[in-house]
Ligand binder design. Structure first.
Ligand SMILES: [Zn+2]
Length: 87
């Protein structure tokens, strides 16, 4: 079970996408293969907006300051409602 950093719901890992820091931005780890601390989020722009509003990324990824999450928004916009991996 993992907690969505947007809506805080606890759901199965496969329901969520993993997000990691790459360079100086937050990116979706679609294949769940990138190293480092991950945060989990529903594949939903609404959950992303909630996470950004509450600065949940700072806590979940232990960031000293907010990083841009534009690539996450792009991914969610291109794949609405789709979680990674087989169900
Ligand atoms: Zn959520």
């Amino acid at each position: 079970m993992r907690t969505c950093i947007g809506c805080r719901a606890r759901v199965a890992r496969g329901e969520l996408i993993r997000l990691v820091v790459a360079g100086d931005e937050i990116v979706p780890d679609v294949a769940s293969r990138l190293p480092g601390r991950g945060a989990y989020l529903h594949p939903s722009l609404a959950c992303l907006e909630q996470a950004l509003r509450r600065k949940a990324f700072l806590r979940a990824l232990r960031l000293p300051a907010a990083l841009p999450a534009g690539r996450v928004a792009e991914y969610l916009a291109a794949a609405p409602g789709r979680a990674d991996g087989p169900r």
